[in-house]
Design a protein around this ligand. Structure first.
Ligand code: ATP
Ligand code: MG
Length: 395
């Protein structure tokens, strides 16, 4: 590695930096985009840090969004309507493990010193093409080491979320955690209860989405004590059915992976205050039959009718666990392509038709269930005449 002379900072970001500098302020690229660029994975979210106060940033640009003015961040919207984050240099004056009270009038050095890990505390001047790396982030990137900036114990006490961020970044880049940082993270894990469920959920989901492989992520959550604090249902990596990393070209689905990795995923997601829809999905995946009884179309239709909207999740879960498509997938695809009826709503008769035959009360629901069963067995039976005849027979 070592610092490249060129960094693919988009023209729009260069332009923002130029405006700030011409107004007499400093403007530096900071954070994740530089880290990723040095790792050979450049992208376009180059956040800027500046000596300008938020009000000055708002004054200097025509279109801005107050996305986090209370912590110094203004979104500057460029000609293409893309938003770029511009954050005023900050210094922490007080922290309580969750929130920091920040102060402006700080230098770039102050600002880099309050960042979490050395690999996230590198700055690049996009106009002068100068690098600033006071905490040795480039060396740590080269060595594959995640290390807190400054005294790790103090840094984790300031903001316990950093413990979870450490696990996430280590698993995402396949880095080892520096021994002093690791010891401090394990000690600080005792304070993780202070975090809000929402922030923990965000970190857990991001971790699942970005980990190179799930095994190290799960192991780190256990070994740090973070799993004991927040995800006691998480299985040990050795016992969980972990899909190999290369099986995830599509964006990973954190709810599905939580079901794969935890013994009571719905309980876990409820604790993390996931949405009702996410909790219901997890609940369905564990309570519904995991697969049809056989690969024949009747069995697959019966299963589809029983699992309803959970079908695709269960197929994907099967794929993750087995590493291959289920054998009954071909039957399922054929059934869907033909549009075979699978619900009462798709039957060629309704409850009213049954009432007209003199069927009433609970018998209506029971008859519809019987009719659906016949149709699942033989979709060709789904005509009005045949179903009415069947209903007459049964009543
Ligand atoms: P990602 O790819 O996950 O977005 P990132 O490094 O950009 O990675 P962000 O959460 O977007 O992470 O934060 C941007 C930068 O802000 C980080 O690189 C880091 O310098 C700093 N930062 C973010 N969260 C914290 C924190 N809790 N404590 C200290 N610094 C932080
Ligand atoms: Mg980011």
């Amino acid at each position: 590695m070592s610092f490249p002379d060129r960094v693919p900072v988009p023209d729009e970001v260069l332009e923002i930096a130029r405006v700030l500098e011409e107004a007499g302020h400093e403007a530096w690229c900071v954070g994740g985009a530089l880290r990723d660029t040095l790792l050979g994975d450049p992208h376009s979210d180059y956040d800027l840090a500046t000596s300008a106060r938020p009000e000055e940033v708002q004054r200097l640009f025509r279109r801005t969004a107050a996305i986090g003015v209370e912590h110094g961040t203004v979104g500057v919207i460029d000609r293409k309507r893309v938003m770029h984050e511009v954050t005023t240099f900050r210094r922490d004056v007080r922290t309580d493990g969750r929130h920091a009270v920040v102060e402006y009038g700080a230098t770039l050095e102050n600002d880099l010193a309050r960042r979490d890990f050395t690999i996230n505390a590198i700055a690049f001047h996009p106009l002068r093409r100068e690098w600033r790396d006071p905490h040795g982030g480039e060396r740590d990137l080269r060595d594959g080491v995640l290390r807190a900036v400054g005294d790790p114990a103090a840094r984790f006490r300031e903001d316990y979320l950093r413990v979870l961020r450490a696990l996430r970044f280590a698993a995402r880049f396949g880095f080892t955690i520096d021994p002093a940082t690791w010891a401090a993270a394990r000690e600080a894990a005792k304070g993780l209860g202070r975090l809000s469920a929402e922030r923990v959920r965000e970190e857990w989901f991001k971790g699942l989405r970005t980990a190179r492989e799930l095994e190290p992520l799960v192991r780190l959550w256990h070994e740090s004590g973070a799993a004991a604090a927040w995800l006691p249902e998480l299985r040990r990596a050795e016992t969980a059915a972990l899909p190999p990393a290369e099986r995830s070209p599509a964006p990973r689905d954190p709810v599905l992976l939580t079901v794969l990795l935890a013994s009571d995923p719905a309980g876990l997601l409820r604790r993390l205050r996931a949405s009702n829809a996410e909790i219901a999905r997890a609940e369905a995946m564990v309570t519904r039959p995991a697969a049809p009884e056989s690969g024949d179309e009747v069995a697959v239709r019966r299963w589809l009718a029983a699992v309803g909207s959970a079908a695709d999740d269960l197929v994907e879960l099967h794929r993750l666990r087995a590493g291959t498509d289920p054998v009954w997938l071909a039957a399922l695809t054929a059934i869907r392509q033909r549009g075979d009826p699978l619900t009462r709503g798709e039957l060629a008769v309704t409850g009213r038709d049954l009432e007209a035959l003199g069927i009433s009360g609970r018998a209506i629901g029971e008859t519809l269930a019987d009719l659906l069963d016949s149709v699942l067995e033989n979709p060709a039976a789904n005509t009005r005449e045949r179903l009415l005849a069947l209903a007459r027979e049964k009543s």
